[in-house]
Structures are given as structure tokens and as C-alpha cells.
Design a protein around this ligand. Structure first.
Ligand code: PHE
Length: 334
């Protein structure tokens, strides 16, 4: 009795291979309208003397089916768990995902270095407007109408104003609002109509001004040599070459000895042994007069350098335009 049914059912259970299917089968067998449930219900239709035997057999069958279902369920659960743990496996020996941290632009790094050097010598950092009037940018600095920098081909004009061509007007503004002794540097952006491998239309300057009694070229030379040694290396020397600026007299171009050949002359310095780093000079008496200082009493030196140029010399960069191309492969070298 029920032998064939039992065999079929056990085989069905055996052939199931996922948990959902197994649950469906359980309902089909033991649910309210399941095969076995229906069989149990139909016992009532049997003759009374056959009922106990049929009941016992069906009960045993039901229990056996339940056991088989349970065994199968455990088997499938184990397979599922293994699958899941494979899927979630983490290789803790793999390198992590690096969070990339930004950094300062090379020009800003050099600028900060320059500032620290001069601040450590007692200079104060002063800033001023990038849009200037021509009086602060030119006239006060003894730069007459005929000077080429005043030409529209060399400067950017905005109506009666212009984008400052140097940070010297900050020195004018400082002298107008304070009395000597004065020791300042003025860093900032400046603008000129230039664009090639060694000139940008917008670049960064640091200018310096020292005004006191009895200031001489010796003070200028000492200060700038100490600066050059700190930024380029203690073995460096500087030299002054005569030059011209309307706002200084005498004026100089300042060179630093070549770091590659030590001054003997090589390809890096064009076989001269020297590299030009900045312009400087003793403040012209007319500049003092323009800001209300007595030129008989006060003397001073001033200097101005391009931060891009200093950075190019420091890292041997050939094209100034690299600083503004925003190419991370370049910028990440600093
Ligand atoms: N202002 C000059 C320039 O921009 C630099 C300079 C400053 C030269 C001070 C001499 C003295 O080129």
C-alpha cells in the first residue's frame, strides 16, 4: 500500500536543487490541499476496519516525507551558504583604494619659500590692488610718459586704469601711508602683454623695499646674496651688473652663479657661469619726493623678481607655459 507513491515522492524530493523549489514541493505534498493531506482526508471514506491500518501507514509515510524534506533542506542550505561566502570573499591582501590628496601649485610653493626667507630677515609682507591707476603704477615711480611700459602694446588698460605691470605700486602705497624705517616685500600677480616660453601675460612677482638712513648698495648686495643662498643653495654667489630702471639709481641686474657648473660656464648658463634672477637698485630721489620723503635724509634699496622665473631656475623647467597648462603630470612633480 502506497509503496509506489512513497518511491515517487522520495525521488521527487531527491531531485530538487534549490530551496524555493523544495518549499513548493512541501506545500504540494503536506499543504492543505497536498497529496498526502488529501490521502489522510480520504481515510474517512474507507470501511471502518481498514481505517486504523491505513492511518498508521499514512502517518509513517508523512513522517518519512518530512524527514526527507528536512535532510534535503539542510543539504541545500549548506550549498547556498557556500555560494554566498564565495561571492562575498574579500582579499584583504589587495592594496586599498588610495584617496588622492591635492597639493599647492609649484608657484605658490616657491612664493611661500621666498616669503619665509624675507620675513626671517625682518621684512613685512604687504599686498595691494591688481587694478591700479597709472599714477601709482608709473608716475610715482618716476616712469615718464615716453617709457615703453606705458604703451598700450605693453600693458592692459581698463578705461583710465590698468592691470598693474609690477607690484612696485604697493611700495608707493606703503610709503604714502607710513614713515621709515620700512622693510617690506610685496608678492602678487602682475600683467603684461607677453606670451612665449619665458613670458606669461599674467605672472607672479615679489618686490622688496628697504628704506632707512644710510642704506647702501652693500646692504642690497648682502640681503640678495643671503636670499639667493637660501633659495638656491649656500654655495651660490651673486653679482650685480649695471642696468636701468626709472625708479632706481643706480640700477642693477642681479645674477646668481650657475648651479650646474659652479660658475665655470656650461650649457645650462649659456657658457657664462651666471643666471639672471632679478632687478634691483637704490631708490631714485624722485620716488622719495613723490611720496613726501626727504631724499636728503632717507636712502633705500628695492628689488623685484618673477616667481615663475625663480621656480624655472630651481627645477630646471624650460617652458613657463607649463605652469598654466594644468597638466597634472607636470604639476605632480613638485
Ligand atoms: N619693477 C621692476 C620690474 O617689474 C623690478 C624692480 C623692482 C627693479 C625694484 C628694480 C627695483 O621689472
Amino acid at each position: 500500500m502506497f509503496e509506489q507513491l512513497k518511491k515517487d515522492i522520495l525521488q521527487q524530493i531527491e531531485s530538487v536543487n534549490d530551496l524555493q523549489q523544495l518549499e513548493k514541493l512541501r506545500v504540494a505534498l503536506l499543504g492543505k490541499k497536498g497529496t498526502i493531506t488529501e490521502q489522510v482526508k480520504s481515510i474517512g471514506k474507507l470501511p471502518i476496519q481498514e481505517r486504523p491500518a491505513a492511518g498508521r501507514v499514512l502517518n509513517e509515510l508523512k513522517e518519512e516525507i518530512q524527514r526527507a524534506l528536512e535532510v534535503k533542506r539542510e543539504e541545500l542550505m549548506k550549498i547556498e551558504a557556500e555560494k554566498l561566502s564565495k561571492k562575498m570573499w574579500v582579499d584583504i591582501t589587495l592594496p586599498g583604494i588610495r584617496r588622492r590628496v591635492g597639493h599647492r601649485h609649484p608657484i605658490m610653493k616657491t612664493l611661500e619659500e621666498i616669503e619665509i626667507i624675507f620675513v626671517s630677515m625682518g621684512f613685512k609682507v604687504v599686498e595691494g590692488p591688481e587694478i591700479e591707476d597709472s599714477w601709482h603704477n608709473f608716475d610715482a615711480l618716476n616712469t615718464p610718459e615716453w617709457h615703453p611700459a606705458r604703451d598700450e602694446h605693453d600693458s592692459f588698460y581698463l578705461d583710465s586704469f590698468l592691470l598693474r605691470t609690477h607690484t612696485s605700486p604697493v611700495q608707493v602705497r606703503t610709503m604714502l601711508s607710513a614713515q621709515p624705517p620700512i622693510a617690506i616685500i610685496s608678492p602678487g600677480r602682475v600683467y603684461r602683454r607677453d606670451y612665449d616660453a619665458t613670458h606669461l601675460p599674467m605672472f607672479t612677482q615679489v618686490e622688496g623695499l628697504y628704506v632707512d638712513e644710510n642704506v647702501s648698495v652693500a646692504h642690497l648686495k648682502y640681503t640678495l646674496e643671503k636670499f639667493a643662498q637660501q633659495i638656491f643653495g649656500s654655495e651660490r654667489r651673486i653679482r650685480l651688473r649695471p642696468s636701468f630702471f626709472p625708479f632706481t639709481e643706480p640700477s642693477f641686474e642681479v645674477d646668481v652663479s650657475c648651479g650646474v657648473c659652479g660658475g665655470k660656464g656650461c650649457q645650462a648658463c649659456g657658457y657664462s657661469g651666471w643666471l639672471e634672477i632679478l632687478g634691483a637698485g637704490m631708490v631714485h630721489p624722485n620716488v622719495f619726493r613723490n611720496v613726501g620723503y626727504d631724499p636728503e635724509k632717507w636712502t633705500g634699496f628695492a628689488f623685484g623678481m618673477g616667481v615663475e622665473r625663480i621656480t624655472m631656475l630651481k627645477y630646471n623647467i624650460k617652458d613657463m607655459r607649463d605652469f598654466i597648462r594644468n597638466d597634472k603630470r607636470f604639476l605632480e612633480n613638485f
